[in-house]
Every structure is written in C-alpha cells, then in structure tokens.
Design a protein around this ligand. Structure first.
Ligand SMILES: NC(=O)c1ccc[n+]([C@@H]2O[C@H](COP(=O)([O-])OP(=O)(O)OC[C@H]3O[C@@H](n4cnc5c(N)ncnc54)[C@H](OP(=O)(O)O)[C@@H]3O)[C@@H](O)[C@H]2O)c1
Length: 295
C-alpha cells in the first residue's frame, strides 16, 4: 500500500509516518514549511488546488491520511479566509482526488465540532461548533462525506506527545513547575486527552483496514485541564500548589472554547485492536518517553 500523509511534520503526522514505515515502505510525507525527518518528503501547498492535484497524480496513493490543517484555534477566528482555504477547500479537493484515484481518505477531525455543553459525545451526536476552527473542520467533514467515495472521519481531542517544536500540555506544565513558576490552569474545560503514539496506531489500523464512517479516536478519560495538570505534578513529584485554578472566561482567548468536548470512544474500543488508553496510562508512557529522550 502507498500512503500519502499530509501534515507529516506536525505533532500527530510525525508519529504516524514514523510508525507506518516499518510495515509500509511507500510513505510519502507531505510538508509545506517544515521538512519531515522520515518518509519520502513531498512538498504540498494545501492553499493551491494545482499543488494538491499534482501531488496526488504523481504519488497515486492507496491511502491518504489527511492531518494538515490550520490548527491554531485563535488564528482560525481572526483569519477565517485562511481557515476556510486550509481546512475546507483543500479537504474538498483532496476528496475529489481520492475519489478519482480510488484512494481511501482518512480525514482527521476534532472534538471542537461539538458545542461542549455536554460531553462524552458519540459519533452519531449532533454537531454544533462554537468557534470558527470547529466550523471549518466540520465543513471539511461534510466535504469528505459528500465527495470522497471511500473514507473515514476520525475525531480526536487534545493530542499530547513529544515533538521537536510543539510543546504539549503535560510538558508545558512539567517545565513550568520544575522552574517553580505559578501556572493558571482552567478548571472548566473538559476534553479526552489523547496520547499521540496511541492515536497514531489507531489511525494506522483504521486506514490499513479501511474502516469506513465516523469514529472517535481519543483517550479513554474525560478530564479537565486542571485535573490533568495535577496528575502531571503528582507523577513527577512537583509542587501542585503552584497550579492556580482559573476559568475559560478569565483567559481572554480570542475564540470561544467548548466547555466539555470529551468524546465517547466505545466504538473504537470495541472495533480496534489498538484500544484508547486512559490519561494515567498515557501520561506514564509519555513520561517514560521523555526520560529516554536524549537532551
Ligand atoms: N492539536 C490539537 O489540539 C487537535 C485536536 C483535535 C484535532 N486535531 C486535528 O488533528 C490534526 C493534526 O493536528 P496536529 O496537532 O498534528 O497539527 P499541527 O502539529 O499543527 O500540524 C499541522 C500541519 O499542517 C501543515 N500545514 C499547514 N499549512 C499547510 C499548507 N498550506 N500546506 C500543506 N500543509 C500545511 C503543517 O505543515 P508545515 O509545518 O510544513 O507548514 C503542519 O505539519 C489536524 O487536522 C487537527 O485539526 C488537533
């Protein structure tokens, strides 16, 4: 199977390419600004339809894992044209190309497609995003459903893992607490934090088995940001008293945030060999990985 991975140098994409390679030698890692370390580096500009068409025509993939997006929630709010271009239009063109070349399209979407009034959302629950990032990703989902012929939409939630440039939430907490810096952390935002290597293996299983439809691929625990920070402090024996409880309203973020965007992952748990892990399991693995990482 030939895999084309967009966003291959991003937080999730970097791990996916690394995990695909031992089993699949033909992995085309698409990038825009940051060249990926592994796979066949393939330049792709999602804001250019010609670039998307050219890349798919030349690679002729069997599977496309579409991870690239404008993921900065506040930037999506202020630069809606760019969010529409990268999250909606490029997804529609990629869907057309997938259909034309009989490729399976796995589109990675977000927990932010829900309004967050109540959590633990199932795949069949009503979507109603509160911010432009969520709206643009939902429009991307609709394009996939309408245009692609063989597809899966995998919604995930607050991924965390090791990345050379992106600092995941647990590492941000750990570094601040190690520096004895007080940290304001929201108590009223609940998600399903997802350990990136676990997500990567679930994405690879879904795409290699060509599982169709919508599936929630996220961590198995619904938890607030504050509670997660407390667990990080406990596991690393850092001073929990430096964590200062605050609220979404006090954060002055540009875009609105859903209060509870946790996802029900029972479909993934029953269907996949790679099961969603709990936040405690994920953090243990994350800390082990950090300890093994050369400085
Ligand atoms: N991070 C989250 O909290 C979260 C939560 C739920 C769902 N998701 C979804 O999960 C997926 C992966 O997220 P992530 O955190 O791994 O993202 P990320 O680290 O922000 O990476 C985004 C990727 O998009 C690529 N990209 C941006 N503009 C591009 C363009 N014009 N042409 C081609 N590529 C472009 C970037 O490539 P360059 O660096 O080369 O520009 C980058 O590799 C996304 O679809 C996101 O919506 C993320």
């Amino acid at each position: 199977m030939r895999f084309l991975v967009t966003g291959s140098a991003g937080l999730v994409g970097r791990q996916v390419v690394k995990d695909l390679l031992p089993s699949y030698p033909h992995v085309y890692s698409c990038y825009h600004a940051s060249k990926p370390e592994t796979g066949t580096a393939t330049h792709l500009d999602l804001s250019s339809p010609e670039s998307i068409i050219r890349v798919v025509e030349s690679v002729k993939p069997d599977v496309i894992i579409h991870l690239a997006a404008l993921t900065n929630v506040d930037q999506c709010e202020t630069d809606r044209d760019m969010a529409t271009k990268l999250n909606v239009k490029s997804t529609a063109i990629l869907s057309e190309q997938a259909a034309k070349h009989n490729a399976f399209l796995l589109y990675v979407s977000t927990d932010y497609v829900f309004d967050g009034k109540t959590g633990m959302k199932k795949e069949t629950d009503r979507t109603d995003p509160v911010d432009y990032y969520g709206k643009s990703k939902l429009e991307g989902e609709r394009a996939v459903q309408e245009i692609a012929s063989s597809w899966c939409i995998a919604r995930t939630s607050t991924p965390y893992g090791i990345h050379p440039k992106k600092k995941s939430f647990p590492l941000f907490v750990a570094e601040n607490l190690q520096a004895k810096a007080p940290l304001d952390i929201v108590t009223d935002q609940y998600t399903s934090p997802t350990y990136v290597p676990n997500l990567s293996r679930m994405l690879i299983e879904v795409s290699s088995r060509k599982i169709q439809g919508i599936i929630h691929l996220a961590g198995a625990t619904r938890i607030s940001r504050y509670e997660m920070a407390e667990i990080v402090a406990e596991k690393l024996h850092l001073d929990k008293k430096l964590l200062r409880p605050t609220s979404i309203a006090a954060m002055n973020w540009t875009a609105k945030r859903p209060n509870d965007s946790s996802l029900d992952v029972s479909k993934a748990a029953s269907l996949l060999k790679e099961k969603p892990v709990t936040v405690k399991q994920g953090l243990d693995l994350f800390i082990q990985e950090l300890e093994q990482k050369p400085n």
